[in-house]
Design a protein around this ligand. Structure first.
Ligand code: PFF
Length: 454
């Protein structure tokens, strides 16, 4: 293929670099902040079972599909569909992805801002001696403030833009592959502390003992949305990263490793949170505040808690950064390739315009708290719409595209590296992307809309 018409593309330079970048995108606040509170709101173990089924049956095939589209086309999501299906409306899926990127980056940066606030509070040892109620009050008071949540959001956005300016190799790869393993170690330490708290077992049962009577249309939709959000799929992030993957890498293995690592971290985060939630009498349905109330309680109960809490919030910030750079890169790659901007101009324009939305997300419990729809504030609307609607709809069209529009030979070619890998799973993969995954996604929506079932 000839790519002289394109600006020079970077690429990930090692196998570990690819996995680290994609896992860096997948692993983030979605695992540590979002997963526990969504599990808590949706009744625990049964949600976890549905979630895992969606990761395997839908998530991994969608991720493989995105890698195929990206590496085949060597383009941003919009350009990728234009190139692989010229003259057809598939590019709209790419455009929807760019729109989802705007929304996700806006509210995600607000949460990353909360993380920075908590890092700052860790430095001053502000959690010490506080009861669960006091910690809840502290979180609420901070979030209702008019300046700090916005300031931290903007600082975080600037950090993201700064890394993206450095470009693919110097920026993304370098930052992702060093710090992720450290985060894993820290979460395991937190797990050990949490499960040895008196009263921990109730939390473990909550997380691992499924009570299927708790499953409703909402639960199933939220499990699907969480699976998409956590794996960074459905909006072209992994199409974009796929376009930076070298031809010799194994796409299916990469998707599998990334999904495994992502799920593992989410479950480990759940193991840290729920035992502590029950041990300290925190409400498992504390919504977006759950980890920000629970974690400080765990740190209080640890020898060296001060240092651990500092390290944890630093690493969580880094985990958030390796996710936000992947989201911003979608928009930036689109601006560079389709609107012919320089990387610098594209980055500044994207970060600045998303920040405007981000201000509203960050102020959603403060001065913008009156702006609500069906009882949800702006942050909650962006969170719900992007994860539970835009990403699954995007994923639906991505698997339909691979299953029904793109020539089967092309997907086979990409997944086997032109026949040099075996790919014995290919018939099963094609069956899933043609039938299972799209039907499953459609059924979740129908179930939620009460077309059948409860
Ligand atoms: N997967 C990220 C997380 O779990 O924190 C969030 C995310 C990144 C969502 C990139 C979507 C995306 F395209």
């Amino acid at each position: 293929m000839d790519h002289k018409d394109l600006p020079p593309r970077g690429s990930f330079t090692s196998k570990f670099g690819v996995i680290a970048a994609a896992a860096g995108s997948a692993i983030g606040l979605g695992n540590i902040w979002r997963f526990p509170y969504v599990v808590g709101e949706n009744g625990g173990g049964a949600f976890l079972v549905v979630y895992l089924l969606f990761i395997i049956g839908i998530g991994i095939p969608v991720m493989m599909s995105e890698f195929v589209i990206g590496r085949r086309s060597l383009r941003n999501p919009y350009g990728a569909f234009k190139k692989l299906a010229p003259g057809k409306p598939w590019f709209l899926v790419g455009l929807m992805g760019v729109g989802a990127a705007f929304m996700i980056l806006a509210f995600y940066s607000a949460v990353a801002g909360w993380t920075l606030e908590y890092l700052f509070q860790s430095v001053t040892n502000a959690f010490e001696g506080k009861s669960s109620e006091e910690l809840t009050g502290m979180f609420d008071a901070f979030r209702e403030g008019s300046i700090r949540p916005i300031l931290w959001m903007l600082i975080f956005m600037a950090m993201t833009a700064w890394i993206i300016l450095a470009g693919v190799q110097k920026g993304i790869e370098k930052y992702t592959k060093v710090l992720m393993p450290l985060l894993l170690v820290l979460i395991i330490i937190l797990d050990i502390r949490a499960v040895t708290l008196p009263g921990a077992s109730e939390g473990l049962s909550f997380l691992f003992k499924p009570d299927f009577s708790k499953i409703t249309g909402k639960t199933v939709l939220e499990a699907l949305g969480q699976a998409f959000f956590s794996l960074s799929i459905g909006m072209g992030t992994l199409i974009t990263y796929g376009s930076y993957i070298r031809k010799k890498e194994n796409l299916a293995n990469t998707a599998l490793s990334v999904s495994l690592a992502d799920t593992f971290i989410a479950v480990l985060a759940g193991i840290a949170i729920f035992p502590a939630v029950f041990a300290f009498g925190i409400d498992p349905a504390s919504e977006e505040g759950l980890v920000f109330i629970t974690l400080p309680k765990i740190f209080q109960q640890m020898p060296g808690g001060y240092i651990f809490s500092l390290m944890f919030f630093i690493l969580l910030t880094v985990a958030a950064l390796t996710s936000t750079i992947s989201v911003l890169e979608v928009v930036v790659a689109y601006f560079i390739e389709e609107l012919k901007m320089s990387r610098k101009k594209a980055t500044i324009l994207a970060a600045a315009s998303i920040s405007v939305l981000g201000v509203f997300a960050a102020a959603s419990w403060g001065w913008a708290s009156n702006l609500t729809l069906f009882g949800s504030n702006i942050f909650q609307i962006m969170n719900f719409t992007s994860a539970n609607i835009l990403l699954p709809v995007g994923g639906f069209f991505i698997v339909i595209f691979i299953g029904w529009s793109l020539k089967a030979r092309i997907a086979g070619d990409e997944l086997t590296n032109s026949g040099s890998l075996r790919g014995r799973y290919l018939p099963a993969f094609m069956f899933i992307v043609k039938f299972i995954a799209p039907i499953a996604i459609a059924m979740v929506f129908l179930y939620k809309l009460r077309v059948f079932g409860n």
